[in-house]
Structure formats: structure tokens, C-alpha cells
Design a protein around this ligand. Sequence first.
Ligand SMILES: NC(=O)c1ccc[n+]([C@@H]2O[C@H](COP(=O)([O-])OP(=O)(O)OC[C@H]3O[C@@H](n4cnc5c(N)ncnc54)[C@H](OP(=O)(O)O)[C@@H]3O)[C@@H](O)[C@H]2O)c1
Length: 336
Amino acid sequence: MQAFEIQNQFGLDNLVAVEQPVPEPGPGEVLIRLKACSLNYRDLLMVLGHYNPNLPLPLRPLSDGVGEVTACGEGVYRVQPGDRVAGIFTQQWLGGRLTYERARSALGGERQGMLAEYVVLNQEGVVKVPARLTDAEAATLPCAALTAWNALMVAGNLIAGETVLIQGTGGVSLFGLQLAKIAGARVIITSSSDEKLERARALGADETINYRETPKWAKVARQMTGGNGVDHIVEVGGGQTLGQSLKACTIGGHIAMIGILGGNEATIHPTDILMHGICLQGIMVGSRDMFEAMNAAIEVNGLSPVIDREFHFSEIVSALRYLQSGSHFGKIVLNF
Ligand SMILES: NC(=O)c1ccc[n+]([C@@H]2O[C@H](COP(=O)([O-])OP(=O)(O)OC[C@H]3O[C@@H](n4cnc5c(N)ncnc54)[C@H](OP(=O)(O)O)[C@@H]3O)[C@@H](O)[C@H]2O)c1
């Protein structure tokens, strides 16, 4: 079978195709023939060596993949051949709280990833995907969708009628928009592009702000809520945006700290957190229990993930360069 690995050193040019034997499932394990994978910003950081330059090489990247179970090892009861499954992001985080040990079981980093024609995973590390989604759509769920679900529905306890501010129109953000809408929230979304903001409106966004034209958007967001501030923020900008998020948030509001697209250093005022009783909470994707709950919500509400562009599996480097360009709206998918 074919797979892709970062071989001797990190870098896009060092991500190369390799021939490997099809792995065999041991007791409790399943063999999956991949149908589609999706890209996350983390995958780009991983390949560039910016995520954790100390990870041992060779490393097979990508956390997100969907495929068909083609064989099961002894004692497998959760799935059977023919089932369509996705790997869960952190293989050992099934429920409860994240622990250091669970955090170290992430695919495409600490564990070998999904960028191969076949992978073997423990039966506990897979979930069946919503039947109404295509393979490409289902492949977008394990990281981006689940992160947005955890941020808003689990950590954020979103209630219908609340206001959510979403930053940007990448993978996590558009799932944040779609999930907030099915939960009955009002959504303000920011983007660097008016054209993307128009597309976000078509997906249900109620208010839009161009953060390139209005870098200090907190005041505008507050005005959009009659001066109260927003209840939830999906914070993906990090250094560039956290200060604005703290100023846009209402008393007792929730900021889900997810990404650092705008750098890892910020000047913030601790009193903004203190005086407004803001809950600033780090998010690490989500557990298998959360994934299964999200899949049910996707089925019931007919949510269709937004795919910007599809590439062939062999075009992984071009697909990562496209992600790096930031011109996408939603998810980038690889087909096998
Ligand atoms: N903590 C977790 O569990 C977790 C899980 C998933 C992702 N993440 C992190 O979350 C971030 C987003 O990941 P992703 O995969 O969704 O990325 P992505 O699809 O590559 O999203 C990129 C988009 O983010 C927007 N953006 C970039 N800089 C921004 C800024 N300063 N302010 C507001 N928006 C900005 C841009 O949208 P416009 O083009 O519309 O401006 C850009 O197109 C990354 O930092 C990633 O590492 C964390």
C-alpha cells in the first residue's frame, strides 16, 4: 500500500510517498481502507516541524480520515466489516476529562496518522460516521467539527438565543457557525474577506465584521449586541485576537481558546477577565463520547460540512500548500 511520511527532517518537501505492507489487525483492532482524509491547520504545523519539532521521525501525518472496516481482529465487537468509521483524534480519550496520557494519543503526531491507504486502529479509537454524509464530508469531522462542538456545546453550554462570535472562515470556524445556528444562537462572524463574509451569511451568519478593515472589532461586536457583549467566542486567532475577544465578551461569557493563527503572544488586561467574570477555557478537540453526541446532532439537523476543495491523496503537498495560502473557506479534503 502507499502512505506518506515525513522522513529525515520536517518540511513540505520532505513529505514523501512510501510503499509499505498492508498492516494486519491484532486482537481488538480493526483494519480500515481509507476513503477520504481532511486537512487541519495542525497537520501543516506538524509537517513544517512547528507543532513539536521533537517528535520522532519518520512520522505519518493527518489526524482525520474515514474509511471502510475491511477486517477485524479477535474480540472486536464495536464494529464489523463494511462499517464506515472515522478514527478519533485522541485515541485514548473516550470520555471524562482529558489527561496527559490521553492527550499523548493523538493521531498524526504522537501516534502515526491517517495518510495511508490502510490503517489499523484499536476498536475503541473509531466511531461510525453519520450515514447521510459522503466520505469526504464525514472526513471533516474528527478534529475541526468536534473542536467547535466541544467549544460551544460542551465547554460552553450554549443555550438557544445566546450570541456567538466566530473568528475567520476556516474549518473550525465554519463548523462553529453551523453548530451555533442549529443550536438556535445568533452568530457574528469575522473574516479578512468580504466575499467570504457573504458566503458566511448564506450559511446563516447574522452579522459580519471584516477584521482587516476593522482590526479593533470588539467595539463593533458590542454594538451589535446592544452594548451587552457576546456570550461565546470561538477564539482561533490567539495573539492577534484574544485582547479583542476579552473586550467583546459579556459578563460571565465564555471564550473557547482554540487556536493561535495570529501568533502565540498577546497583550491582555487581566482585569477584563476579572471584572467581567469571563471564563477563558482551553479546548483540546474532544472525546469519543462528544464525537458520538455530535454525530447524532449532525444526523438529526441535516448539517452538511462545508468543503472548499478536494484533492487526490497523491496531491497531499499541493493540498497543504493550498491550506497554507489561507484562501480556503471551510475544509480541504483528500480522496483516495
Ligand atoms: N485546540 C484544538 O483542539 C484545536 C483544534 C483544531 C484547530 N485548532 C487550531 O485552531 C486554528 C484554526 O484551525 P483550522 O484548522 O480551522 O484552520 P484553517 O482552516 O486553516 O483556518 C484558517 C482561517 O482562519 C482565519 N484566520 C487566520 N488568522 C486570523 C486572525 N488573526 N483572526 C481571525 N481569523 C483568522 C482565516 O479566515 P479568513 O480567510 O476568513 O480571514 C483563515 O482562512 C489553528 O490555530 C489550529 O491549530 C485547535
